[in-house]
Ligand binder design. Structure first.
Ligand SMILES: Nc1nc2c(ncn2[C@@H]2O[C@H](COP(=O)(O)OP(=O)(O)OP(=O)(O)O)[C@@H](O)[C@H]2O)c(=O)[nH]1
Length: 369
């Protein structure tokens, strides 16, 4: 199953909220089509910006050749073709007016897209289209194009640098999915031929260490641990020594996520960084913040908090399956512009993949590929 199919199948709670929300908005003030639709003007923005963003030199997807971006854009029917060549001619339409825009804004805010982003997206959809009669399919296409435009610049797989070992510090609150994400990434990198070492840096939580060991065993990746309650920075130093000695490509360091005591956590993270810099002053090369999609708007404040605690370089969002709050990823992209390296849609190894803006946007509004 391609990751897009999986994403579409598992993002259903978010996509029904948005997709059905759009259907309802059009149905509310709509009537069956009695006039030919007014031809659509060229959309204000390019729906899919396939041009490379400001991605680092040689990023690679964390998964070995994920089945993404396999359809060349040129091979897809254009928006006009999709809009008017298909059955949406029979769909109810509603005139795009202020009341409809208000409904749209409200629905997007409720879908966790955030107030500012929702207002901007709605304004862009309205631009040049006031007074037109719009079908639900058309509205979904327009919204997907807007979301794709916002998310394309941040859709950047974890960059792989020639530096060995590349040190990836993984931060996030307890339960956000750090351990699982490290396990999945380590498995995928290992399968792609990379030599990976994991350091179980949350030394205060035996369960987290055990879980990492399970993932390590599954992936055939060594997991370095330290006695419960011992200094995570000392473990990080030992892990760095081992990764260097073994010529590892990647060292992934799990960290604690106790936000209850921010000062302690900040000092703990700072000490880990200080210690690994004794070995390599350019480390860590990535600081991944793992966010749980089910927390909705709270994810925004977690980014702010962790930006103060650590030098966050990119995001991974987990648990997009089973939440109606997937829209928060759009708000995150719009507000912070941090790279989104991967998304998680389940608990298995292959339930994490590189983030694709167009796939996500279409799945989120309930459209097919
Ligand atoms: N449904 C779903 N569950 C996930 C996903 N990612 C992680 N989980 C689950 O979320 C729970 C918490 O994940 P962990 O990886 O243990 O989170 P953590 O941040 O390491 O948390 P601590 O171990 O408490 O520090 C586990 O039961 C995971 O299986 C996902 O994408 N989808």
């Amino acid at each position: 199953m391609s990751f897009f199919s999986k994403l579409r199948d598992r993002l259903t709670r978010s996509s029904s909220k948005i997709g059905e929300g759009l259907d309802d908005i059009v149905a509310e003030g709509g009537s069956a089509q009695d006039v030919a639709p007014t031809p659509e003007p060229a959309p204000p923005t390019t729906p899919v910006a396939d041009t490379p963003s400001s991605a680092p030199a040689a990023p690679v997807a964390p998964a070995p050749a994920p089945a993404q971006a396999t359809t060349p854009e040129a091979a897809r029917p254009g928006m006009l073709g999709r809009l008017f060549g298909r059955s949406d001619a029979d769909e109810p339409r509603r005139e795009l007016d202020d009341a409809m825009l208000e409904d749209l804004e409200e629905m997007l805010i409720q879908a966790d897209m955030g107030v500012e982003t929702s207002l901007r997206v709605t304004a862009n959809i309205a631009e040049g289209r006031m007074g037109r009669r719009i079908s639900s399919t058309e509205l979904k296409e327009l919204l997907a194009a807007e979301i794709t435009r916002i998310m394309t610049p941040v859709a950047r797989p974890l960059p792989i640098y020639p530096k060995r070992p590349q040190v990836v510090l993984v931060v996030g609150v307890n339960g956000s999915g750090k351990t699982t994400t490290i396990g999945k990434l380590a498995s995928q990198f290992k399968a792609a031929g990379k030599n990976v070492v994991i350091a179980a840096g949350d030394t205060f939580r035996a369960a987290a260490v055990e879980q990492l060991q399970v993932w390590g065993k599954r992936a055939g990746v060594p997991v370095m641990t330290a006695p419960e309650g011992s200094d995570p920075a000392s473990l990080a130093f030992d892990a760095m020594t081992r990764a260097e000695a073994e010529g590892a490509d990647l060292l992934m360091i799990d960290t604690a996520g106790r936000l209850q005591n921010r000062q302690d956590l900040m000092e703990e993270l700072a000490k880990i960084v200080r210690v690994i810099r004794k070995k390599d002053e350019t480390a860590p090369h990535n600081t991944l913040l793992v966010l749980d999609a089910t927390t909705g708007q709270n994810a925004l404040s977690q980014v702010e908090t962790f930006q103060k605690l650590a030098d966050v370089s990119g995001l991974v969002m987990t648990k997009l399956d089973g939440t109606a709050r997937g829209g928060v990823l759009v708000a995150l992209a719009d507000r912070f512009g941090l790279p989104i390296h991967a998304i998680g849609v389940g608990e298995q190894i292959d339930d994490l993949d590189a983030f694709d803006a167009r796939d996500f946007a279409r799945a989120l509004v309930g459209l097919g590929d």
